[in-house]
Design a protein around this ligand. Structure first.
Ligand code: NAP
Ligand code: HSE
Length: 438
């Protein structure tokens, strides 16, 4: 394809190791990944054992040497915290290098300064991983939803607190024990107070609002309440009233009666909030996040998925790296299109025979209401090595019965053989329905 792109990784913790893992295993992924080369990696402790193996010469405890290395064209900042992350990002920009970062704190607090420097230097700073872990939400706000007037952005945007609240509500687990689990799973920030006090969610809603509404957001002015003082009694009372309690972040445009069009009035908040059981956000559990975007004319769209953890976050980081790689190819080759935007095929694909499709099945038969019919149906499924999840007889009138079967996952070839045998039984009057079942 094009020229190789040297990456400098600042941090090899949860997210950094997830990124290295993807880069080391490009098979089956977009071919542009094969063009990426991990040149240098900064860590704090060279002796620490890592889930990925890298040549010793790649690792350094001096992050500036990573940024300054002439073989590094794109700097990937996944070390976290405000400093030295901010200074290193600014140094990369000054050197004409694009940056990918997962660091919401630095973007929420210094995003304007960083964006201005990047614009002046003609480089990109991409931040998909900074909000919602693996959920694509930054690109949709920047591009896919560009035709809308956004009215409201709200959601569950901290995986750690959602994981804690879910386990407390579903298992009655103790707060401290679940927080420790969230840390062990790599969900929590280095200082988990950022999660449980709502600061991380406030950073993220500041970033989302800036993109959705088009102006800089004063991060320090966002009213923020975390879950550390939330009492289980209030969670219980909420449950009895038909609600679940979630740490919700909200940003909405206010209607203004004045003619002052110079600045858009916005209301932002982060707060434990009662959500009615039937609301789409009520079923967002565990480490999952979800973001509702409401706009004109689209109405309401929801983005849902894993909001933290190595793999999901690395997925978003690598997507940003690929975007930059695609743009570089575009710049380097006259007449070449951005390979990601053009989305040309890059390998052969074929559809397997329908008999090879594996799925669970729902089938309904009309049968004579005679002794032993259910047993015969069961035998036919068993003979085709199909395991039945449930078999129920409905509506047994004098002559006919309706028999509904739900199978475990099987190939459609097996299913076809079993249904043929069953519909040949003299007691079976017909196969009335055959549906898929998730
Ligand atoms: P982490 O596990 O604590 O990893 C941080 C890495 O940075 C470590 O490898 C550490 O080195 C290195 N490091 C820190 N300070 C350094 C310094 N001054 N010089 C050299 N190396 C330094 O953190 P993480 O969970 O991967 O998070 C990284 C960033 O991604 C944060 O901004 C976080 O908010 C963001 N993020 C995380 C997640 C998630 O699920 N974890 C999701 C989305 C976004 P050592 O390994 O030697 O200590
Ligand atoms: N600590 C963050 C969370 C990581 O739990 O959501 C993902 O940004």
């Amino acid at each position: 394809m094009g020229t190789r792109i040297g990456l400098g990784l600042l941090g090899l913790g949860t997210v950094g190791a997830g990124v290295a893992e993807i880069l080391q295993n490009p098979e089956g992924r977009h071919p542009l990944i094969g063009e990426l080369e991990l040149v240098r990696v900064a860590v704090r402790d060279l002796q620490r054992s890592r889930p990925v193996e890298l040549p010793a010469a790649v690792l350094t405890t001096d992050p500036e040497t990573v940024v300054d290395d002439p073989a590094v064209q794109v700097v990937v900042e996944v070390m976290g915290g405000i400093e030295p992350a901010r200074t290193l990002i600014m140094r990369a920009i000054a050197a004409g290098k694009s940056v990918v970062t997962a660091n919401k704190a630095v973007i929420a607090h210094h995003g304007e300064e960083i964006a201005s420097a990047a614009a002046a230097a003609g480089v990109y700073v991409l931040i998909e991983a900074a909000v919602g872990g693996g959920i694509p939400i930054i690109e949709p706000l920047k591009q896919s939803l560009g035709g809308n007037r956004i009215e409201r952005v709200s959601g569950i945007i901290n995986g750690t607190t959602n994981y804690i609240l879910t386990r407390m509500a579903q298992e009655g687990a103790a707060y401290q024990a679940v927080l420790k689990d969230a840390q062990d799973l790599g969900y929590a920030e280095a200082d988990p107070a950022a999660d449980v006090e709502g600061l991380d969610a406030a950073d993220k809603i500041a970033i989302l609002s800036g993109l959705a509404f088009g102006g800089p957001i004063e991060r320090a002015a966002i009213p923020t309440q975390g879950i550390s003082t939330l009492q289980s009694r209030d969670v219980d009372y909420a449950k009895q009233l038909g609600y679940v309690v979630k740490l919700l972040a909200v940003a909405e445009r206010l209607q203004t009666t004045t003619q002052d069009q110079t600045s858009l009035p916005l209301a932002l908040r982060v707060q434990p909030t009662l959500i009615p059981n039937e609301h789409p956000l009520a079923g967002v559990n565990g480490v999952n996040n979800a973001i509702l975007v409401e706009g004109d004319p689209i109405g309401r769209v929801m983005f849902y998925g894993p909001g933290a953890g190595a793999g999901p976050t690395a997925s978003a980081v690598v997507a940003d790296i690929l975007n930059i790689a695609g743009i570089r190819q575009l710049e380097n080759a006259n007449g070449c299109l951005d390979p990601l935007l053009a989305a040309n095929s890059w390998r052969a694909c074929h559809l397997v025979h329908p008999n090879a499709i594996q799925q669970r099945n729902y089938v309904r038969f009309k049968a004579k209401n005679a002794p032993g019919v259910i047993g015969q149906i069961g035998n036919c499924f068993g003979a085709c090595d199909i395991s039945i999840q449930s078999i129920v007889q409905f509506d047994a009138s004098e002559a006919d019965a309706e028999i509904v079967v739900i199978t475990h996952e099987v190939s459609q070839g097996q299913m076809h053989d079993a249904l043929k045998a069953i519909t040949n039984l003299p007691e079976i009057k017909g196969l009335i329905a055959h549906l898929g079942c998730l």
